[in-house]
Each structure stands twice: as C-alpha cells, then as structure tokens.
Design a protein around this ligand. Structure first.
Ligand code: IMP
Ligand code: MG
Length: 186
C-alpha cells in the first residue's frame, strides 16, 4: 500500500487544532449535560478517533455505544437515502440523553436515517455532534447541535476518515489530491 503522502494535497487541520477544538466541544457538552444521563453513540468506523478524544474532554459521567450502518441500494461508495443496520447497539437508549458522534456530515442522508430509527426507541433526548460539516453537499436537512469545523466541498481524510478504508489513523485532516484519487459519490 502506498504512503498517505501520495494522496495528500495539503494538511487542512493540523492535530493541534483538532485537539483544541475537541477540547472546546468537550467543555460545551459537559456544561449542557450536567445533571443529564449522557450516552454517546458512535457510528462506525469514521467517528472512533473523534469519539475517544472527545470522551477524554467530557467531565460529566457518560456511557458509550457503537453502531454500524450501510446504505441501501447502490454500492458502498455512495450514500443513498436509506440505511441498513449492520451492527446494532448493545444497550437500550430508552430515557437516555443520546448524543450521536459523527466524523462528517456530507449529504446528511446517513445521519437523517439513523436519527429516524433511534427516535422510535424513545430516548429522552437525541442530539448530533459532528467533527466536520460540509453544508454545500447537503441533500437532507439534519439538526447539528455541536460542530467542530465547517468545510467547503472537498474530500478529506485522516483522523478517522478513510480513503477506501486506509489512513484513518493519521493525526490530522488532509485534503485529497483529486488527480490521483476519485472521491466516492461524485
Ligand atoms: P452522508 O452524510 O450520508 O453523505 O455520508 C457521510 C459519510 O460519508 C461519512 O460518515 C463518511 O464515511 C463519508 N464521507 C463523506 N465525506 C467524506 C470525506 O470528505 N472524506 C471521507 N469520508 C467522507
Ligand atoms: Mg467512509
């Protein structure tokens, strides 16, 4: 496998900036969820690094769980309007204060379907925290309560986000070179 450097146009958000912003989000969430029953849900796999860094900055007691979904219909590289659960939550979310932790909201289709589904399980509250937001790409409106960074229409990788499943472990967010990598769903 090639080095990530072959695909890297530029570093968009260095690790130090990510850490600083994650810390701010943690402080905000800790304030808002004081005296609540915070339950963080991470949608695998892109959100894992963000989740584990964010947890360390949240000072109120909380629990975590994971789920995985895949798009119905077209191939894995596109995002259709519907999702299928490929790995369900371990614990009930009934009467819990659920915060969905996502890597990036692009079309919004994935998170919109997940929200619909989770609502039927009667959490006490249900909010969304995303590290990255690409509003120019939105097809389905979704409420975003906590947002790390707003990006223009560009394809990025690192810090949980992949290029065909590789490079999720990079400590920064990088912009992909579109002359050597064709982003999915474009
Ligand atoms: P959507 O909001 O339903 O279109 O899909 C969001 C998912 O698409 C994310 O969870 C990522 O897996 C993937 N995705 C969207 N934009 C990017 C990107 O710039 N880099 C890497 N993955 C992306
Ligand atoms: Mg992906």
């Amino acid at each position: 496998m090639q080095s990530h450097e072959e695909f890297l146009e530029e570093v968009l958000i260095p690790g130090t900036e990510l850490q600083a912003r994650v810390r701010e989000l943690g402080v905000e969430i800790s304030h808002d969820y004081k005296d609540k029953d915070l339950h963080l849900i991470c949608i695998l796999r892109g959100g894992v690094i963000f989740l584990t860094d964010l947890m360390k900055e949240i000072s109120v007691p909380h629990s975590i769980d994971f789920m995985a979904v895949s798009s119905y219909g077209a191939g894995a590289r596109t995002s259709s309007g519907q999702v299928r659960i490929t790995l369900d939550l371990t614990a009930s979310i009934r009467d819990r204060d659920v915060l969905l932790v996502e890597d990036i909201i692009d079309s919004g289709n994935t998170i919109a379907s997940v929200l619909e589904l989770l609502k039927t399980r009667r959490p006490r509250s249900l909010k969304v925290c995303t590290l990255l937001d690409k509003p120019a790409r939105r097809e389905t409106e979704v409420p975003i309560h906590y947002r790390g960074f707003t990006l223009p229409d560009m394809f990025v990788f690192g810090y949980g986000l992949d290029l065909d499943e590789y490079y999720r472990g990079l400590p920064f967010i990088g912009v992909v070179r579109t002359d050597v990598y064709i982003p999915p769903n474009r």
